[in-house]
Ligand binder design. Structure first.
Ligand code: DMJ
Length: 629
């Protein structure tokens, strides 16, 4: 009303005054900004950006994309979805829906359109700068000292970065030697067979030039990814990466074994993510990790052996409600790392509960565990049989390795490991005749058996790793004795290849060696354990004899298991050099483990997977130690 009562002149004066004041305001804001900028060399928006975007450092951006929290949701910020999303500074990219995005969670961003644009510009600039040097070193990634130090303790924590590879870029590369070249040649030969006859399938059948399926998930390809990275096989890696991006689908009505898919698939994807920094592998790891979780829905929380990853159901084997002790206690490194990377504690919680439960269980014998555990009662079953071989082996390995992974703070794990090693010394160690080889036998209801699986040959490497991490020095002595035995399991056999199981002679007999082989046990599956331990022994002692032993083994694999048309095969008879009876199967661990450990054994570069920064899972996939030494 009052406005209408004013004369036209009065209204014009008032409007002019308002306009004048508005212009003055804009000018003073701009000049304040300019003045501040000239003082600090940063714009106000830049200043705000620094405060408002956690983790975005303008001066020193992250080399690799920061993984997103499991619950971070772009849908919360509709205005952001209108913007072109900044790309992570890595040139190998998967489909956009699989990319890890920056954690845009600060609510202040919702109304700060100009800030968003400024951030985009900064990220874009970072991207351009990084793209120039974004071909990451092909070997020996090094972890940044500021990696996470604690296992997740709250519901959702800040997710972690992959291991940085920047430091490696600044180092002089250690040249590859002749023996390593021979491993590369062997890998390429194996890969050729897989590519030609089994591409995208689980295992190569090199003689029939076909394949076998176990889970139908390209097991060999996934198991071999980080080996290709470590061996520097860039072309092969890129081709396999494409397959993962375009063809690896976990939404399938298929039963998988929880342990095998964790150590080979989840472990393989996680380590490849760390080495390459490529978020595709983390996305795939999250997917399979989530799909394996139904296994833990049991009355006792001891997981079932099998999961249908498409249906989200889990079950024990048809004939029992038991699970294998080694299987339920050798998935921890992978699930713990998945929690650390995603910030979602559910993975770690599930596997930690298993370890805590097993820690308290009765039925152990001086730290040695039975081979089975019931998923209903949570109790050990089939009591009285103790072995370091099949069904128990990696329980011991993962006690030590989890302790190392977590920064040597989880005392229960160390206690259980040390007690078990005392149990081994007390109940399972014996010496053979005539060579007095120290070996690890088995105990069945109080009776000692001089039987040793090739699988037990992981133990010298694990003992050496423990000694390297400050545990009893006599563990190293035992490791030295045991690796000699494992080597003799090859050297005393006609083909120079170890059988699956040996029996040691306890008393000298004319014409008999230390090692006896039963007809049912004389197969060789291209297993890695001895080569794995040779690698640890060489790393920690520098004694070249370990390299020489590994070299002999590689030559014998080439002589008796190599298939001319591509690939290597397991054999049925290590005692018959003229006909080792090829079995027509190349296990995925030959590429995932055996050749990888060979390559590392022949290397003199301790930074080629530095053992103070990485811990290998039981399928030879290196995962970062949370607090590197
Ligand atoms: C691999 O899958 C793993 O090393 C596992 O711990 C034991 N069996 C094979 C290799 O022998």
């Amino acid at each position: 009303k009052k406005w209408k009562q004013l004369s036209r002149l009065q209204r014009s004066v008032i409007l002019f005054l308002f306009a004048f004041l508005a212009v003055c305001g804009v000018i003073s804001y701009t000049s304040m900004g300019e003045a501040w900028k000239s003082l600090t060399n940063k714009s106000l928006d830049d200043q705000r950006t620094e405060q408002e975007i956690p983790g975005l450092k303008l001066a020193n951006p992250a080399v690799l994309p920061a993984p997103q929290k499991a619950d971070a949701n772009h849908g919360d910020y509709p205005e952001l979805s209108l913007q072109k999303q900044p790309k992570p500074p890595h040139i190998r990219r998967g489909p956009s829906n699989l990319q890890i995005k920056a954690p845009w969670r600060d609510t202040r961003l919702r109304t700060r359109h100009s800030t968003i644009r400024a951030v985009e510009e900064v990220v874009q600039a970072n991207k351009e700068e990084k793209t120039e040097k974004s071909i990451i070193s092909w070997r020996g990634a090094v972890i940044e000292p500021d990696q996470s130090t604690e296992p997740p303790s709250s519901k959702i924590k800040e997710p972690e970065k992959p291991s940085s590879v920047e430091a490696e870029d600044q180092k002089e590369p250690v040249p590859i030697n002749e023996r390593q070249l021979a491993v590369i040649e062997a890998f390429r030969h194996a890969w050729r067979g897989y590519k030609d006859f089994a591409w995208g399938h689980d295992e190569l059948k090199p003689l029939s030039k076909s394949y076998s399926e176990w889970f139908g998930l390209g097991l060999t390809l996934i198991d071999a990814l980080d080996t290709m990275w470590i061996l520097g096989l860039k072309e092969e890696f890129e081709e396999a990466r494409k397959w993962v991006a375009n063809n690896l689908v976990f939404d399938k009505n298929v039963d998988v074994n929880l342990f095998e898919s964790t150590i080979r698939i989840l472990g393989g994807l996680l380590s490849t993510y760390h080495l390459s920094g490529d978020s595709l592998f983390l996305e795939k790891a999250k997917d399979i990790g989530n799909r394996l979780m139904p296994a833990f829905k049991t009355p006792s929380k001891i997981p079932y052996s099998d999961v249908n990853i498409g249906r989200g159901t889990a079950h024990p084997p048809r004939w029992t409600s038991d699970s294998t002790v080694a299987e339920v206690t050798s998935i921890q490194l992978e699930f713990r790392e998945l929690s650390r990377l995603t910030g979602d504690e559910k993975f770690q919680k599930a596997v930690d509960e298993v370890m805590k439960h097993v820690h308290t269980l009765s039925g152990k014998n001086d730290g040695l565990v039975p081979m089975f555990i019931n998923t209903n009662s949570g109790q050990f079953t089939h009591l009285g049989v103790y072995t370091l071989g099949a069904r128990a082996d990696s329980y011991y390995e993962y006690l030590l390795k989890q302790w190392i992974q977590g920064g040597k703070k989880e005392n229960e794990l160390l206690e259980d490991y040390m007690r078990a090693m005392e149990g081994v010394k007390k109940h399972l160690l014996q010496r053979s005749a005539p060579k007095k080889l120290t070996f690890v036998g088995e105990l069945a209801h109080g009776h000692f058996s001089a039987k040793m699986d090739h699988l037990v040959c992981f133990l010298p490497g694990t003992l050496a790793l423990g000694a390297h991490n400050g545990l009893a020095a006599d563990h190293m002595k035992l490791a030295e004795a045991l690796i000699e035995t494992c080597y003799q399991m090859y050297a005393q056999v006609e083909t120079g290849l170890s059988p699956e199981i040996v029996h040691f002679n306890l008393h000298a007999q004319e014409g008999h060696k230390d090692v006896e082989i039963k007809p049912a046990d004389r197969h060789n599956l291209l297993r890695p354990e001895t080569v794995e331990s040779l690698f640890y022994m060489y790393r920690f002692t520098g004694d070249k004899k370990y390299q020489d032993w590994g070299w002999e083994i590689l030559q014998n694999f080439n002589k008796y298991t190599r298939v001319p048309t591509g690939g290597y095969t397991s054999i049925n008879n290590v005692q018959n050099p003229s006909n080792p009876e090829p079995r027509d199967k190349m296990e995925s661990f030959f590429l995932g483990e055996t050749l990888k450990y060979m390559f590392l054994l022949f290397s003199d570069d301790i930074d080629l997977i530095n053992l103070d920064k990485y811990v290998f899972n039981t399928e030879a996939h290196p995962l970062p130690i949370w607090v590197p030494a």
